[in-house]
Design a protein around this ligand. Structure first.
Ligand SMILES: O[C@@H]1[C@@H](O)[C@H](O[C@@H]2CO[C@@H](O[C@@H]3CO[C@@H](O)[C@H](O)[C@H]3O)[C@H](O)[C@H]2O)OC[C@H]1O
Length: 475
């Protein structure tokens, strides 16, 4: 088998036939995230605190078993059975490089990444490697695992040098693996100047190409993969490159401006938001990949009897987005494959050791709205409103929109800093305390909660994905 390639607006196989990549992101696995696996704050914080509570050895055992159970043969078989053909694999740079020992490759980082790439290949599933975190944080959000909203990656050349080095190492390692559809060198950059991201892409492109001339690259637009408007002629120096948008629709989230009924006006808004993101590529005849998209879902324990109705609306948003994508023959990767019940195609059952152990803690997290993703802040909004009002009243209106505005409004910024970073930090110890006194066998059982056999399926979502995978199959 030969490498997939980008040819004009299409991804093609060795015979020049179009291949539409349809699949999901394995978020929350080699880059753990708060709402996906249920902890507060960032991965680096819970790893440090768990080691404090149970010791280094048991803590490493937990994370290693978690990585193992999270994706196994049954997962790949199930994924394939839905008619999907590609998994985006987000990973944290810390698996490969220690901040206190930079530029020294940790070979153990490859253990689970190789395993999952090979499992996917065995089932005929392509993979795309996504560096989801970079030293210093390449974006302002929790998933870059930096613990702050200042994306320092753009201000320290050394952070950028380290990522260029890491991609050289990864490219050496994966050269020759044709089941890897390509490399996604940086998830969701937020460079406030919009220029440094292009300079960095140019460097990483050249560095990867010097080692690996074959694999396609998937480059995210700036500002959470939504904005290529400053890229100008940058593409002229790059070959075999697809450009990645992340097409989250406001209607897929609790903060939607209105209930989604699929009216013409609403569909128009969904389409416009998507078209704006891909405009730069369309004007130049370049290939677009939708690397992340998808609604979140209501849960019986929080939304009660409204749950099914809300989720029907979310499925409608999903279908309307897929209608657009199908017409455009778009390759896409929905966010996400597995979690604890908010967005995943499969999710950990409430009856498992992990979910029973953390039941009250998860309810508290929800009440305090400390995960920014799809947060319902209704129970704590009154606490933060005075702060919002203070800024509204005391700060000149033209100074209230700080980058990444307009994606972040004033209330988003306050929510991210006050809840997602500050209050979360205070809950890290409480999360880790749940493991105190547990034996290695008990820790294994907790990690095993994430195994496919302990998961339920979001059938409504999976049916829609399968239906659409079939619609474009064979093209
Ligand atoms: O790890 C993922 C992460 O990659 C993802 O990041 C968020 C993507 O969406 C951003 O906001 C959207 C920007 O585009 C507008 O059109 C949408 O309405 C916004 O929702 C958000 O700020 C990023 O953090 O999110 C999920 C993580 O698990």
């Amino acid at each position: 088998m030969a490498y997939l390639k980008v040819s004009g607006t299409k991804i093609v196989n060795q015979n020049g036939e179009e291949v539409i990549l349809r699949g999901a992101g394995l978020g929350g696995w080699m880059n753990m995230e708060n709402f996906i696996s249920g902890y507060p704050g960032c991965e680096f914080q819970i790893r440090a605190e768990l080691a404090n509570v149970v010791g280094k050895e048991k803590s490493e055992h937990f994370f290693d078993k978690f990585l193992e159970y999270f994706f196994q043969d049954e997962d790949a078989a199930f994924f394939k059975s839905l008619g999907l053909n590609c998994i985006r694999l987000p990973f944290n740079y810390r698996h490969f490089e220690d901040d206190m020992n930079p530029r020294v490759l940790k070979p153990e980082g490859f253990k689970h990444l190789d395993r999952v790439i090979d499992l996917c290949a065995k089932h005929g599933i392509y993979t795309i490697l996504d560096l989801h975190t970079a030293p210093g944080g390449q974006n302002t959000d929790w998933h870059s695992d930096a613990g702050t909203h200042i994306a320092k990656f753009w201000e320290h050349k050394d952070f950028q040098d380290r990522v260029v080095w890491l991609w050289e190492e990864l490219a050496k390692h994966y050269l020759g693996n044709t089941w890897i559809a390509g490399y996604n060198p940086l998830n969701e950059p937020t460079d406030p100047y919009h220029t440094r991201v292009i300079g960095f892409y140019d460097r990483v492109y050249k560095a990867i190409r010097a080692v690996d001339p074959h694999h396609a690259l998937f480059l995210d637009g700036n500002t959470f993969a939504s904005d290529f408007s400053h890229f100008g002629d940058a593409h002229k120096g790059w070959e075999n490159v697809a450009y990645s948008i992340h097409d989250y629709s406001v209607f897929g989230f609790p903060s939607a401006p209105e209930r989604y009924v699929g009216s013409e006006a609403q569909k128009h808004r969904v389409r416009r938001s998507y078209e704006k993101k891909r405009q730069w590529m369309d004007e130049r005849g370049l290939c677009v990949w939708n690397g992340e998209w998808g609604p979140v879902y209501a849960r019986k324990e929080y939304e009660g009897e409204l749950t099914d109705g809300i989720n029907e609306e979310r499925y409608l948003v999903l279908k309307d987005q897929l209608d657009i994508y199908n017409k455009d023959r778009l390759s896409w990767s929905i966010w996400l494959y597995k979690d604890i019940g908010f967005q995943g195609m499969v999710y950990v059952s409430r009856e498992t050791p992990y979910m029973t152990l953390f039941k009250d803690f998860l309810a508290k997290k929800h009440r305090l709205a400390i995960d920014a993703w799809g947060a319902d802040d209704s129970q704590v909004r009154h606490v933060y409103e005075p702060l919002t009002e203070l800024i509204r009243n005391e700060i000149r209106p033209e100074h209230q929109s700080l980058y990444p505005a307009p994606v972040w409004k004033l209330t988003d910024r306050i929510g991210r800093l006050a809840r997602n970073i500050l209050v979360s930090e205070f809950l890290v110890k409480e999360w880790a305390e749940h493991f105190r006194g547990k034996s290695e066998a008990e820790i294994d059982e907790i990690a095993k909660s994430f195994a496919f056999s302990s998961c339920l399926h979001r059938d409504g979502l999976n049916k829609i994905l399968t239906h659409n995978a079939t619609l474009v199959a064979g093209q």
